[in-house]
Each structure stands twice: as C-alpha cells, then as structure tokens.
Design a protein around this ligand. Structure first.
Ligand code: EPZ
Length: 416
C-alpha cells in the first residue's frame, strides 16, 4: 500500500500541466459501446479509474489500444453485455455501460454499484429513465437485468439533477426510436463534453449546456476523434494548494470558464487569479481569509471541490461555514484535518471551521478521492511531516499528483 510523505511549509512556484477530466473520460469511454466503428480519443488522463474502465470494456469485447494519453476504441466485436460486481464495486461509473448496451444491443446485465464512503448514491433515476424509454428492468441478487427490443424516445424528468444519470440517458437516447427530452438535466462541463463527442459520432442533440436536452434518435452512430476536456477539479485542487502554501503557479491546458464559482471564492480568500485561453495563474502572498460556501450543482460551487477548499479555510483568518448539499456523508476529511490541528465542528450538513494559524504535520488516512486531495493540501501547508495512508483513493482521480507538485517545489514523495 503506497503512502505519501510530505515535508510541509514550502511555497509553490512554477508551471503545472493539467490532465484531461476523469469525469468526462469515463462516460466518453463507454460511448465506444455505441458504435461498430473506431473512436480516437486524446487527452485521456492516466488514472486508476480509467484503467479499471478500460479493463471492463475489454472484457465486454471492445478493442482497446492505449498509448499514454491516447486511447483508440473499436466496438465491432462486443460479445459480453455485462458489467460484473467485482468491476462495479471498485468503480461506480461502470453503471455508464447500461445506457449504451441497452441502446445498441437491447440487453444488459449490470451490477448495482452499492454505496460508497460519501453516500448511498443509488441509481434509481437511471432505471426510471430507461423504463420510461421502454426498457424492461428487473433487479435480482444485486444485478440490474435490462431488456428492450428498441428503446423509444420519451420525456424524462429526473427527481434531482444527476450527472451520470443524465449521461446514461443521453447515450441511450441517441439510438432510441423518436425524440427524447431530458428535463432537469445536469449541466456539468463533462456532460457537455460527452454530448459533443456523441454529436461528432452522428447523434442529434440540442440544448447542450442547458438543463433541457432534446435528442432525435438515429439508427446508428459512426466513429469520431475527440480530445477530452481539461479536468476542472484537478485545476481547482492545485489552485487551492497554492492558496494554502503561498506562491505563484501557472496551470496549463485548462480553462478558466470551467470553475467560475470556485475561482470567485478563491479571489474572496485573497488569491490573485489571472487567466488566458488555456492557462490560469494563481498568486498568493498572505494568509487566506475565511470564505463560507455551499455546494450546489453546476454552475454553483462543485461538491468535488468542497474538501480541498475546506483545507484552505482551516488555516484562514476567521471562521467559515461550509454546507454540503449534494451528498449526505461528504465530511470524512474533517476528522483527519482535525488530527492535523484544524478546529472544525460539524452540525448536520454544515461544517464550522475556526481558522488556526497553521496545520501541524501528523500521520493521517485517506477515506475517499477528494478527501485525499484535501489532506495533501493540508500536508503541503503544515509545519512538519505528514504521512498519508491509503492513497489508492487519490490515484483513482489524480494523474501523478506528487510528480506535478514536486515540479513546483513541494517536498512530497511516494513511499511503500
Ligand atoms: C458524479 O457522480 C461524479 N462522478 C462525482 O464525482 C460528483 O461528485 C457527482 O457527479 C456530483 O457532481 C462521475 O461523474 C463519474 P449524481 P454521480 O448522480 O453521477 C443522488 C469525484 O470525486 N442520486 O450527480 O454518481 C445521489 O445520491 C466523483 O470525481 C439519486 O438519488 O452523482 C447524490 O446525492 C465523486 N439517484 C445526488 O443525486 C440517482 O439515480 C447527485 O448524484 C442518481 C443520483
């Protein structure tokens, strides 16, 4: 089990290249199931979750070639319409094969994802939408069994905004018979990136970027080339790291219009942010100011940035309130941050953070992907040494984070 060993207190300066977005790459890889042709993908991040998804897709018969950040997929020989429990339990996003399999093959057997550290995270909306499109779905012994001669277009209003729910139904609708309207659709940039790929494959989709997607089904989709959008959460994670340690770093291959809400809050905390078409520069000289926020769906403050920004608030001047509205248990990082000297109290879905002058390094344990990132930020800013265990959580969603941070002056290394 790898660990990260961090000597804190070093300001960060220099340049970091941001990777492609995990949460765009995962649905985009599943889109390879929708066509017998070839998809040529670039800027695919090298992450554990991407490797897991490629393994699953290979098991299903998708031909996969991966060379660095390029992936070539061909869906001409799919012969297994199933996502087994041992794959799904490690990566919930495997649920994203359900829509494509039903749309193209009329059949799917997909394990229910089960819960995870940050919440129960059911997939009832995915199922409700596919049933509305004519799928016959039963659940037995932990598996979803789905069948449909041919999906037919329907108007679907999800009970809440769901990112992968929108993505599953969007992919299913591209090959359904007739018109599908997805109301209350997720507007995250990763949904838009998937939609742009599907359109380049011949899908007919209107309303990209809005909460109402209108899809006219077609009989088949063809191959395409696509570059995965930049990872806005990796971008925001590094911005928070520099704001916490102080310094001057420029992030490349990213866009500033992907995370306006988080950047506004960083400016409120005292960071100086400047940006161009494909770069963002962050400068921080003084102690951050405490900034309160609540997470909401895009374009609001992202839940995937909550833990990272909380680490910044821990050492800020003042008291802040952080409210998590998307997941019911996404404060697993609070106890670990308190071990590093923070002063956080939890009241329901709100954390009250009383700023302390600095973190003090200590051994801590990662519990989930973004909690791990917040512990790295705390360790970088801490006085002394921090050892983070169970960093397999981090490797799921960050492409060689310690290498990127070392290149801008962090004292951080991976130890066995
Ligand atoms: C996606 O998860 C992301 N994962 C998550 O990122 C992200 O935190 C989340 O969206 C919210 O932005 C991927 O895109 C692979 P949801 P998803 O469906 O789609 C409830 C990370 O750190 N819900 O938008 O699973 C659900 O329980 C990960 O990169 C239902 O009740 O999230 C949650 O409370 C973590 N029934 C809320 O809706 C459903 O059928 C939003 O969930 C679906 C969702």
């Amino acid at each position: 089990m790898d660990k990260l060993l961090i000597q804190g207190g070093h300001r960060l300066s220099g340049d970091i290249v941001v990777s492609g977005a995990k949460n765009a790459a995962l649905p985009i890889l599943c889109a390879g199931l929708l066509t017998a042709d070839t998809l040529q993908l670039s800027n695919v991040p090298q992450l554990q979750d991407v490797s897991t998804m490629l393994t699953l897709l290979r098991q299903m018969g998708l031909r996969v070639e991966q060379d660095g950040h390029s992936v070539v997929l061909n869906g001409g020989a799919i012969d297994k319409l199933e996502a087994p429990y041992e794959m799904v339990k490690t990566m919930r996003a495997a649920i994203l094969v359900l829509g494509p399999l039903l749309a193209r093959f009329g059949e799917a057997k997909v394990s229910l994802p089960g819960g995870c550290a940050i919440g129960s995270r059911p997939v009832d909306q995915h199922i409700k939408g596919l049933q509305a499109m004519g799928a016959d779905i039963t659940i037995d012994a932990g598996y979803i069994y789905a069948k449909a001669k041919r999906l037919k277009g329907a108007r679907v209003v999800t009970d809440m905004i769901t990112v992968t729910g929108t993505e599953n139904l969007l992919m299913a609708a591209t090959l359904a018979d007739g018109e599908t309207i997805l109301e209350n659709a997720a507007r995250e940039p990763e949904v838009g990136d998937l939609a742009r790929l599907l359109i380049s494959m011949g899908a007919r989709i209107e309303g990209v970027g809005t909460d109402r997607l209108v899809i006219q089904g077609v009989t088949s989709l063809h191959g395409a080339q696509h570059a995965v959008i930049a990872d806005r959460i990796e971008t925001g994670t590094f911005l928070c790291a520099v704001a916490a340690t102080g310094g001057d770093v420029t992030l490349h291959n990213t866009r500033s219009n992907l995370l306006d809400a988080a950047m506004d809050k960083l400016r409120e905390a005292g960071a100086i942010l400047t940006s161009g078409d494909d770069w963002i520069r962050v400068q921080m000289a003084a102690r951050p100011k405490a900034v309160s926020f609540r997470t909401t769906e895009y374009p609001g403050f992202p839940t995937d940035m909550q833990a990272q920004f909380m680490a910044l608030n821990c050492i800020a001047d003042g008291t802040s309130h952080v409210t998590e509205t998307i997941f019911e248990n996404r404060f697993m990082h609070v106890q670990e941050l308190n071990r590093l000297g923070a002063a956080i109290d939890i009241e329901g879905n709100t954390s009250i953070i009383k700023g302390v002058p600095h973190f003090v390094g200590a051994p801590v344990m990662a519990t989930d992907l973004r909690a791990s990132a917040s512990l790295v930020i705390a360790g970088l800013a801490a006085h002394g040494e921090t050892l983070i265990e169970r960093i397999y959580h981090l490797d799921r969603g960050y492409d060689r984070m310690e290498v990127k941070l070392s290149s801008v002056g962090a004292q951080i290394e991976r130890v066995k």
